[in-house]
Design a protein around this ligand. Structure first.
Ligand code: SF4
Length: 240
């Protein structure tokens, strides 16, 4: 019998990836890099208490928007520029002129559009006081914001607010398709529901699993897969 299938396979995939790569320390906080338990990239392996403050939560939110359609290296440069200007709360984003904000986030690409999105998000977070006193937006409220799609909303809910919403990205779809767990045409909701059904609703699991998939997509399950030595090879349909 196939070891990984549509009804039981995700936990097996998680266990194999975690055994191979170990804890990933997401979501990275650039502002904390090389302090305490944070490494040079701001990753905090096996510490699931992060983020601790409104500023740190907002840094995750900034990263979740800036990472749309670009690599983390570019996001990191944009975040550094924002942090240098002490922009780590919604009111700071609102105080900046939009063209200045666009200039700061330029390294992340689509900078005019991203500046607009950040303004919208900062306005909503300020108005609804979502970072104050433990309040958080609902998924529906986030999706109603211009520039926030499902992946961004779930990234914010999971990594900024510790809510168990699984984040599905292009890497997740590619991996699960290659492994024969989902069909190519499976949409975001179908894939997300599969995770919600098979993976115990625990923050540390949701946090690590998405991060492990991203890591795996960079090391082995790349655009052109490197199947030799892949920790999932024995349970994968596609190995080359
Ligand atoms: S065996 Fe190849 S296709 Fe399958 S998960 Fe590993 S790298 Fe991807």
């Amino acid at each position: 019998m196939k070891e990984v299938n549509k009804t039981n396979g995700l936990r097996k995939i998680y266990d194999l990836l975690f055994a191979y790569y170990g804890p990933q320390g997401w979501w990275p906080l650039e502002s904390r890099a090389e302090t305490g338990n944070y490494d040079a990239g701001g990753y905090h392996k096996a510490d699931y208490t992060v983020p601790h403050s409104a500023q740190q939560k907002f840094e995750v939110i900034l990263g979740a928007v800036l990472t749309q359609n670009t690599s983390w290296t570019n996001v990191s440069r944009a975040l550094h520029a924002l942090l240098r200007e002490r922009c780590n709360l919604p009111e700071h984003i609102l105080d900046l002129a939009e063209n200045k904000l666009a200039d700061l986030v330029r390294p992340s690409g689509y900078y005019n559009q991203k500046a607009k999105k950040l303004k919208h998000i900062a306005a909503a977070f300020t108005e609804k006081r979502w970072l104050c006193d433990g309040t958080a937006p609902s998924r529906k409220e986030l999706l109603a914001l211009w520039g926030v799609g499902e992946e961004t909303a779930d990234s914010i809910l999971l990594y900024a607010f510790g809510r168990c919403f699984f984040v599905v990205d292009a890497y997740t779809r590619r991996l699960l398709t290659r492994m024969g767990v989902v069909e190519k045409k499976a949409n975001y909701t179908i894939i997300r529901n599969l995770f919600h059904k098979q993976i115990k609703s625990r923050y540390s699991l949701y946090n690590e699993f998405h991060a492990l998939i991203v890591q795996h997509a960079k090391i082995h399950c790349r655009k052109k897969p490197l199947c030799t030595g892949c920790p999932l090879a024995r349970v994968c349909d596609t190995k080359i």
